[in-house]
Design a protein around this ligand. Structure first.
Ligand code: BGC
Ligand code: NOJ
Length: 838
């Protein structure tokens, strides 16, 4: 029997961890707007405001020993014993332990010697703070006298320099202490920096504090044995430089059966330039320069904003009310699409965890997880567009803004900054552009938004190029120019030039790096004279190009400029037809689609190659796009995926894996066989093939692939290692040391793509401009399911019946008792009952 570390509690929408020593920290995310926290099942992790690099609030040590050191810790000293509710860091054996990861909240409870400690962690809506409600209960018949220490360690704002520039950092830390209850982190809070953080005990009086790490912990101790806790006495330290921390000390007496709640708030605030200091006085300015600060005490923060939040959460009732608001928000978010089937694993993925992960990837892109350090990557152009399709039904207004933000970083020729920083919304120069798949994704994201909302007005929004005021054109123009970017960058076979790379960041056909100190991701490319072409972009172009054409046709119906849109649709269609021809002519290898042509025009992903004969990306995109469906190419390619790529844990990215470095292919061949882009099971591209299976109407095959990578079907938690409730980017492939071992959990396009796959292509409930297309492609064993779907002002209760065990095909649809022609139902406002027979 495999060891089990937890279970799903679907009724509460929680995953319950019952053993703190999980095979890897199993984390959750707090906050979904501006203020965020990462929290592991032992309360490790950190907080930040908007940007995990520039506004890191608490410190975290990635790659530390032991793993997952640093977090929000409560130390309970009961006589000689010191323990934490989440087991770590002391790891004192507990009498009971439970961690419940829910929708943007986590509750960790531990007990020892008749004392129960339960901590609820969450970020209230519209609040720049993490609230922690600690409940201590005495379950014995005797009075308990406990000593409680809270703990948080401040990061000196920039998470990158915090880890490297010690000659400066160890002199910058500053704090303020207010009545012992509120500890302010005001490092560099001067004219240039407008923000501070604070950690407050809001509903009780602290009996002491510490703000200097060395005093609290002891230079040669660690989180497991802070000297103040061991001594049972706070140090009352005031940090000057070095490492500022925040710790409250509280003496707690509990009568038999009594419980007490303590509310802590860890927050962030920004002050206006004129209101930064404690005694606000008008600043005297000359020529725009600050010449005098009057009699302001420039050492004391104006704390109004912190006070407001602290007062707002000064009672348990207020905290509970905010918590129930958060839960209600999730009730709303998760009510737009629900499925009821006989398979509870399917239900829990669709109704809870897949949607939740989509919200998280929407908020974080690829920036901050336990595999992404938050310092390297902002919002990805392609990543964020893909994330949109999993999120757009949840909060369409935020999706709308995201589309505008992303498009604003585009260049006038349709090329794109590959990433942008969320705080500034400006493109990242260190990585730049040149990834030739990027423009297509803007069409993909925008079309998904319009189909969900029916909001065509987004296309009229004026959006700049590269954020330069005065350069604005409509969003529709951005889409047109995005489409053209592919058309204008074709190679010798009339296939798309790859540029720096396509979706596969590690297939670096123009990089030629021999310098081991160089990053493949940022190094300059030699695209000059290159013949490198991508079949992945070809498929993506046909898929998103078709979306563009039908958008133009739809606009032709709705607009006075009807003729123009018709022309545009026809022009675009001709480009797509030409691309389809090029793929058939130059992109087919006999049993599967080629992957690419390299710099010199040699084939990649062909039976002629020694290694890497077949790649998943082009199979996925060309089958999704239906290229050569009528000629049997789609079925053949899908069969080849099963034959060469599939294994017990999913489909690997390429086969055979590369066993040596190929300078003409770059990073992909730098990985050991079976990992990451070199024949790992890249969960992100499995759904492409699954959708391809539905294009070929092969419901059983689609389902088999779907369940192989789906978290709810994971059996061996120790092998899988990472969280069993969310997708990870990569599962070690068949060539790896431990096939089936998961890595890089949470922040992956896998979430959105699987959401799209299961809801729109397997269950087959697909938004169109008119309403919903009903097109199931399911396992023949699934005899019935019901879907509740809210689309715009319409609400549908759909029952799909499959009495004859088919895999696809709709025989009849009845809406509100009336049979409809075809398989599209209109989104007429109001509630509708839909009966579908297969
Ligand atoms: C990883 C890719 C990632 C890229 C960009 C590479 O090292 O293998 O998965 O997209 O870095 O950060
Ligand atoms: C992860 C990146 O975030 C994504 O942009 C890329 O497409 C994949 N890795 C594949 O390389």
């Amino acid at each position: 029997m495999e060891k089990i570390f937890g279970f799903f509690d679907d009724a509460n929408r929680e995953y319950v961890i019952t053993d703190p020593a999980t095979p890897f920290p199993w984390i959750n995310y707090l906050g979904n707007e501006d203020f965020f926290g990462l929290i592991s099942n032992t309360a490790g992790g950190y907080d930040f405001y908007k940007d995990a690099k520039f506004r890191r609030i608490t410190r975290y040590r990635y790659n530390g020993v032991p793993m997952d050191a640093g977090g929000r810790y409560f130390y309970i000293k009961d006589g000689d014993s010191v323990w934490n509710p989440g087991w770590k860091p002391c790891k004192t054996p507990l009498d009971s332990y439970e961690c419940r990861h829910g929708m943007n909240y986590t509750r960790i409870a531990g007990s020892k010697d008749g004392v129960e400690a339960s901590v609820l962690f969450f970020v209230p809506l519209k609040t720049w703070a993490e609230v922690q409600k600690l409940t201590l209960t005495n379950t014995t018949g005797k009075v308990k006298t406990l000593q409680l220490f809270s703990f948080a360690e401040w990061c000196l704002w920039n998470a990158a320099t915090d880890m490297e520039n010690f000659q400066r950092n160890w002199s910058t830390g500053e704090v303020e202490i207010e009545n012992g209850n509120v500890i302010y982190h005001k490092t560099e809070y001067k004219e240039r920096r407008n923000h501070y953080a604070y950690y407050a005990l809001t509903n009780a009086k602290a009996d002491g504090y510490d703000t200097d790490r060395e005093t609290f912990i002891g230079l040669y101790n660690d989180f497991t044995n802070p000297q103040c806790v061991v001594a049972g006495k706070p140090g009352m330290s005031v940090a000057h430089g070095w490492s500022p921390i925040a710790s409250h000390y509280v003496e707690v007496e509990l009568q038999p059966g009594e419980h007490k709640d303590f509310v802590f708030v860890l927050g962030y605030a920004e002050n206006e330039q004129e209101k930064k200091f404690s005694l606000p006085q008008p600043l005297q300015k000359e020529g725009g320069l600050i010449t005098s600060l009057g009699t302001l005490d420039r050492t004391i923060i104006n704390k109004e904003k912190a006070h407001e939040v602290i007062q707002r959460f000064a009672s348990v009732e207020a905290v509970d009310a905010a918590f129930s608001e958060l839960r209600q928000m999730w009730d709303g978010l998760l009510s737009k699409f629900t499925v009821a089937s006989a398979d509870e694993r399917l239900n829990r993925m669709v109704n809870i965890w897949n949607q939740y992960q989509c919200m998280i990837t929407f908020c974080f892109s690829r920036s901050a997880s336990f595999f992404e350090s938050g310092v390297g990557r902002g919002m990805g152009f392609r990543d964020s567009n893909q994330d949109l399709v999993g999120f757009v039904h949840q909060v369409p207004s935020r999706a709308r803004q995201r589309i505008i933000d992303i498009a604003s970083t585009q260049f006038p020729d349709g090329g794109c900054y590959h990433q942008y920083q969320p705080l500034t919304k400006r493109g990242n120069n260190d990585i730049g552009g040149g990834f030739n798949d990027d423009p297509c994704w803007l069409i993909f994201g925008t079309v998904a938004y319009i189909k969900e909302t029916g909001d065509f007005s987004i296309l009229d929004e004026m959006v700049p190029w590269d954020n330069q005021p005065g350069t604005e054109v409509t969003l529709f123009d951005h889409l047109r120019i995005s489409f053209n970017h592919v058309v204008e960058n074709l190679g010798p076979h009339a296939l798309p030039l790859i540029g720096r790379a396509d979706w596969n960041d590690c297939l670096n056909l123009n990089c030629f790096s021999w310098d081991p100190n160089e990053s493949f991701q940022t190094t300059e490319n030699n695209s000059e004279g290159s013949k490198a072409e991508s079949l992945m972009i070809a498929g993506l172009f046909v898929l998103t190009g078709k979306q563009y054409v039908s958008l133009c046709k739809e606009l032709a119906k709705r607009s006075v400029e009807c003729i123009n849109y018709q022309h545009e649709a026809a022009r675009a269609q001709a480009c797509i037809d030409a691309m389809v021809e090029a793929v058939k002519q130059h992109g087919w290898d006999g049993e599967w689609y080629l992957r690419a042509y390299d710099f010199y025009g040699n084939k990649i992903g062909s039976k002629e190659n020694e290694e890497g004969k077949i790649f998943i990306e082009s199979q996925g995109f060309c089958t999704m796009a239906g290229i050569g469906l009528e000629d049997g190419m789609v079925d053949k390619a899908l069969d080849s995926c099963k034959r060469y790529l599939d294994c017990a844990h999913g489909m690997v990215l390429n086969h055979p894996a590369f066993t040596r470095y190929y300078v003409e292919m770059g990073e992909i061949s730098s990985y050991p066989a079976g990992y990451k882009e070199n024949a790992g099971i890249f969960c992100h591209n499995n759904p492409w093939v699954i959708i391809g299976e539905t294009v070929a109407r092969r419901g059983n095959d689609a389902w088999e692939h779907y369940t192989k990578i789906c978290p709810a079907w994971i059996k061996d938690q120790s092998l899988h290692k990472v969280e069993p409730y969310v997708y990870c980017q990569m599962v070690a492939g068949k060539d790896a040391a431990k096939p089936g071992e998961g890595k890089n959990s949470w922040l992956t396009g896998t979430a959105a793509w699987n959401w799209l796959t299961i809801t729109q292509y397997i269950l087959g409930i697909r938004p169109t401009y008119e309403g919903l297309e009903i097109d199931p492609c399911i396992p023949s064993a699934l005899s019935e399911y019901r879907v509740h779907r809210v689309l715009r002002d319409a609400e549908f209760d759909i029952t799909v019946k499959n009495p004859d065990g088919r895999e696809s095909g709709v025989r009849s649809i009845v809406v509100d008792g009336i049979p409809v022609q075809g398989n599209v139902i209109t989104a007429t406002p109001g509630h509708h009952t839909v009966e579908v027979a297969m």
